[in-house]
Design a protein around this ligand. Structure first.
Ligand code: AMP
Ligand code: MG
Length: 316
């Protein structure tokens, strides 16, 4: 059920239920971090292996400080610059954080989301919320309440419109004085480096348990998907009958072999393309196409994040 009733959602969370919440990145599947059974329900609802840790959503910097044992200077600078916003910090946890949330690790993932309804909800609660994205394990992320309802008709979902960023948070960890990128996200490397200088990119390292958002296959539609700088070249080689092409800013050449041409951002804007990306996949999947060919974006700023998601959606 989709609802705008904050006090009803608050009540559900206090009773130990799992609810859908809007954020500026994607919708989350939220529960009280201090309720062990509610946390277990997140994993079972999503079908997520319990080796994949959850992100904790806080209402303030002060609340975040209670959940960690140490807040490095660079992490403080980044939180001051980007919170509330799509930046997740991996920090050494305090005793308040259970092993179920961190998948037995000594670190916890924390962010302050930038969505007014969810910030009001967090303000009204006396506990933070653990929330991974509200999609079944490895499926397309949800960017509106209806996407969540399609996946999980049994839960209550707080209405919050379409997600403004529409792509997951950027995840950073801290290794001595180094800032380490673990997952590309809604804040670009370029924006992070403006605050703390050069950072290390470990998004393709193989220690997958650290950030399952990086597991090779993720964010996938049920049909086949491929990504290429030259969609029309790929088209000449495919056998499928019903094919869609997902273009960045324009249909380069139309072909009778293409059932649907879908454009992510007619003005060629990365932010708009990111905000539309998951909804485009949901729509194309529903249309019953057998193959989606995605045009690869220029590989800088958010183009890099969008390419990362499509590469994982394409992985077998
Ligand atoms: P989701 O909210 O579905 O995008 O998933 C949460 C993301 O945060 C996953 O990629 C997790 O692996 C990552 N994450 C959560 N806790 C940690 C942690 N302690 N260390 C590294 N990554 C984490
Ligand atoms: Mg996810």
């Amino acid at each position: 059920m989709i609802t705008s009733d904050l006090s009803f959602v608050k009540d559900q969370l206090e009773k130990g239920e799992v609810v859908g919440i809007p954020t500026e990145t994607v919708y989350g599947l939220a529960a009280n971090i201090y309720d062990e059974q509610a946390i277990a329900k997140i994993f079972s609802t999503k079908g997520r292996p319990n080796t994949n840790p959850l992100i904790v959503h806080v209402k303030s910097m002060d609340q975040a400080r209670t959940l960690v044992s140490y807040f490095p200077l660079k992490a403080t600078l980044l939180a001051e610059r980007f919170w509330p916003g799509p930046l997740t910090l991996i920090l050494l946890k305090s005793d308040l954080i259970s092993d179920a949330i961190t998948a037995q690790q000594s670190t916890v993932a924390i962010r302050m989301p930038n969505h007014s309804a969810t910030l009001h909800l967090l303000e009204s609660l006396d506990f933070p919320l653990a929330a991974p994205s509200a999609n079944p394990y490895n499926r397309i992320s949800p960017t509106c309440a209806a996407h969540v309802e399609d996946y999980f008709p049994q839960i209550s979902i707080l209405e919050g419109g379409n997600c403004e960023a529409g792509v997951e948070s950027t995840i950073l960890s801290f290794d001595g004085d180094e800032v380490v990128l673990l997952r590309h996200g809604a804040i670009s490397i370029e924006q992070i480096e403006e605050v703390v200088g050069r950072i290390l990119d470990r998004t393709s390292s193989e220690s997958l348990h650290l950030a399952p958002g990086r597991s090779k296959k993720h964010y996938s539609p049920l049909c086949e998907l491929i990504i290429s700088y030259e969609p029309l070249f790929m088209l000449s080689a495919v056998q499928q009958k019903k094919v869609a092409i997902l273009w960045f800013k324009e249909v380069k050449i139309d072909s009778p072999k293409v059932a649907i041409n879908h454009i992510l951002s007619p003005s060629g804007n990365f932010k708009e393309a990111a905000a539309n990306m998951y909804d485009a996949l949901h729509q194309l999947e529903k249309s019953g196409v057998e193959l989606i060919i995605v045009e690869r974006l220029p590989n800088y700023n958010l183009g890099r994040t969008i390419n990362d998601r499509f590469e994982r959606a394409a992985a077998k």
